[in-house]
Each structure stands twice: as C-alpha cells, then as structure tokens.
Design a protein around this ligand. Structure first.
Ligand SMILES: [Zn+2]
Length: 439
C-alpha cells in the first residue's frame, strides 16, 4: 500500500473528537415545521447551504432577494435551485461547497446538485430527519467520538437530550461581554441591583453548569479587540451601576472596562472548574462586514491574558485565519495556548494543510486540536470530518515524504491529533459522571 493510502486509512479509522459545533438539538430538528422554523432546520436541499455556504453564493454575486427565497420554506426546491445555480457554479470550488458535496455523497448518495435532482435530494433530506438520526450521522457516518457544542439555542448552557454525544460549552458572552441582565436574572432568580449581584449570578451559572460543561466559550471578537484588561471590581462597580440605570449612556471605554472586568471574572470561575476557555479568533462568518485590521491583532491582544492566567488553557479557535502564523507562535511560546482547526478546513483547505505541517514543525503536537465542524445543521458534519481527515492525512504524508517525520511515528501522532489531545485537554469523563443517565 502506498504511504498516502496507508495514512488515509489510519486517519479514517481513528475517531475524531469534534471540539466545536453549534448543532441544534435533535428535538429542534424533529419539531414540525412552522413559521418560526429557522433555515438551519429546513427540510429541503437548501439546508446544506444554510450555514456558511450561502456566504460564498452572495459574495459570488447572488442578490439578497434570491437569498431570501432560499431561506423561505414556502419556495419549492426547484425554484430555489433556479435562484442559486449560477452562483453555485461560480463558487463550487471553495471549501464550503466541497463540504456540501461531500456531505451530499455521504448522507444521500448523490455526487452533486443539479436541476434534475434537487427534489430527490430534498426528499432524502426530509426522510433522514427521524428520532435518533443525530447519533447515526455523527457516530456511524462522521465517526465522531463526541461533539462539543456552543449552542445558539440557549443563552448560557443548553440542556442537551444527548449529553454523551453533544457535550456543551458554557457561553459566557451573556455573562461578560454582552451582559444579558434580564435573561440571567430570570434564569438565576437573582435580582440584579449592582455588580455584586451580577457576580452572584455568574457564580450561580458556574455552580449549576460548571460540573457538566466541557469548556467556556466567547466570540466577542466579532464586536471588539481581545485586549482584556484586568479591571478591578472597585472600578467596574460604579460603571456597572450606570449600565443598569442607563445602558445607552456609557462611553465605549466605560463599556469596555465592564466587559474586561467580567471577562476576567468568568475566566477565574472557569479555572475553579478546570474548564478551558475557547475564544473565537480570526475570520468572520457572513459577508461584507469583516474589519480585517482588527482581526490581525487577535493573537497579539491575547498575550496579556495568557500571561495573567497561566494555569488556564486558552483555545485559539479557527487558527486565527488568515493570521495562523501568529497562532502557531502563541502555541509555541505559551504553555497554556492551544490552537483549534475548527471551521478552518472549509474556510481554506489548502491553508489548513500548510498550517498543520508548519504547526507540527514549530510547536508541541499536544497543542493542536484538529477538528470542529462549526455547524448548526448536523448534516454538514460528515463532509467536514471527511475533509479534515483528508487534509490531516495529506499534511502528515507530506511531512514524511519530505523527510521531516519518520513514518514509524505516524500512528501515535494520528491518535494524538484526532482524539488524544482533546481527551487530555477537555475532561469528557467528568461531564459524563455529572450528567443524568440517558433514558
Ligand atoms: Zn463557531
């Protein structure tokens, strides 16, 4: 067997820990379609474009009116296809679109979308959605050990029906960087009259969810720089009191000071539960809005945080693409910096292959997490997992062929990169001991 083939088989046989998803709960997908049904729960072929792929269609020139038609459950699959076909042809080589086709093939036995098969594919999309299908798609098709989910359906923590399969992150956006006072007050039963009450509400969330959570997650990089200053409570308290009284009256620097204080407060609470801190870095979902100059500073902005909390592991998500060199430098220099390829394989597959090679030659191999689908629809995870496996096998094969890696070390490295690192960093077993048994 050729080296490339052997590596591909090795990676294919290894279960992947999927360290980042936004998967909707299966019960959401099973609930009857209605006016409130979100596009990511659609029951026709367009669900495969509902997360990420539609961005490439719009950037390829698809008008917003056509995007609205794609999102509309009342529009027939054939008409949706007519809207998008020219733009799909333009964008079909991107990672997002390659993943659409990989998932199509793996789940529905179809190689590509065409005018004459979008109705058939739509029937197969609907037919797959049955009780228990998440486990089949994730375990049997994608060969995933477990997923780590940052749910967008819950404000802080999703009570999953499958806690062994869909481990949950605590989202601390609503606790720190966009304090959701009313929601958290209702959740915790704590009236928020000042910063001390808010601290108690945060503590309540960590007490309730910390033992069962796999990590904490924040994506405030979509709104601000990652230069979190350790602002003391004495400075933050009067600002927080003003935030409660007149939320619109704070200057940007005052708002930042509150966010900074609460961010560090949450990071310290996470340390109490030994939870790694996952941070969005780099590329933005969507189109026509990304302030690239700010993203460029993500890695540099994180240095103070890494120094200030040396016992807390920080996960730099999405390899900080397109500034992945800086992410490698952080993982090489800081013992508590880890880098996650979640989403990266479909943003830019070629860059991700290069990244794995460069990472392994620069930083310790235990600092790299290699797969997260980053999807809301479960149907797109199998294709992404296949692309990640292909890229990983290619990167390792090239390192061996180029003389940088002894072939004899490949099996141990594959085991580490596909699941070993994630199972070392995240305490999956603890989350299982704390979760109620499955019915
Ligand atoms: Zn994400």
């Amino acid at each position: 067997m050729s080296l490339r083939r052997a590596l591909a088989e090795l990676v294919k046989a290894a279960p992947l820990v999927d360290t980042h998803e936004h998967l909707l709960e299966e019960r959401t997908r099973l609930s009857p379609p209605g006016p409130e049904t979100r596009w990511e729960a659609a029951r026709d072929f367009s669900v495969l474009f509902s997360h990420y792929a539609f961005d490439d269609l719009v950037v390829a020139g698809m008008p917003e009116d056509d995007l609205r038609a794609l999102r509309d459950a009342a529009v027939m699959p054939r008409d949706k296809w007519t809207c998008m076909a020219p733009y799909y042809a333009r964008a079909r080589h991107t990672g997002y679109m390659q993943n659409v086709r990989a998932s199509l093939r793996l789940l529905y036995g179809v190689d590509d979308l065409r005018a004459d098969n979008v109705e058939l594919v739509s029937e197969r999309v609907a037919a797959l959605i049955r009780p228990g299908y998440y486990r089949r798609v994730l375990k049997d098709v994608a060969h995933v050990h477990h997923c780590q989910v940052n749910s967008l359906e819950a404000h802080i923590f999703q009570e999953s029906e499958y806690p062994d399969l869909l481990c949950q992150d605590i989202s601390f956006v609503g606790l720190a960087t966009e304090p959701r006072i009313r929601v958290v007050s209702e959740l915790t039963g704590i009236d928020i009259g000042g910063l001390e009450d808010w601290h108690r509400a945060i503590d309540w969330c960590f007490t309730a969810y910390g033992p069962r959570a796999i990590a904490i997650k924040n994506q405030s990089a979509y709104e601000r720089k990652l230069d979190y200053v350790d602002v003391p409570a004495a400075v933050a308290a009067p600002l927080f009191a003003r935030l409660l009284r007149e939320p619109a009256g704070l200057a940007p620097a005052e708002r930042k000071a509150i966010q900074d204080h609460l961010f560090h407060y949450c990071v310290r609470r996470a340390a109490g539960y030994r939870l790694p801190v996952k941070l969005h870095t780099g590329y933005y979902v969507g189109y026509n809005r990304m302030p690239l100059h700010r993203l460029r500073e993500n890695a540099g902005d994180l240095c103070d945080l890494l120094r200030l909390h040396p016992q807390t592991p920080f996960v730099i998500m999405h390899i900080a693409y397109p500034y992945q060199d800086e992410a490698i430098a952080l993982a090489k220099h800081y013992a508590n910096a880890y880098v996650d390829l979640c989403w990266a394989w479909i943003i830019n597959p070629a860059a991700s292959v290069r990244f794995v090679k460069e990472f392994l030659m620069a930083a310790p191999a235990n600092k790299l997490l290699t797969f997260g689908g980053d999807y809301m629809p479960v149907e797109l995870v199998p294709g992404h997992a296949e692309m990640a496996r292909r890229g990983l096998a290619q990167a390792l094969s090239e390192l061996i062929e180029e003389g940088w890696l002894p072939e004899s070390e490949a099996p141990a490295l594959v085991a580490r990169l596909t699941s070993g690192n994630a199972l070392e960093l995240f305490d999956y077993e603890r989350t299982q001991r704390q979760s109620p048994p499955r019915p």
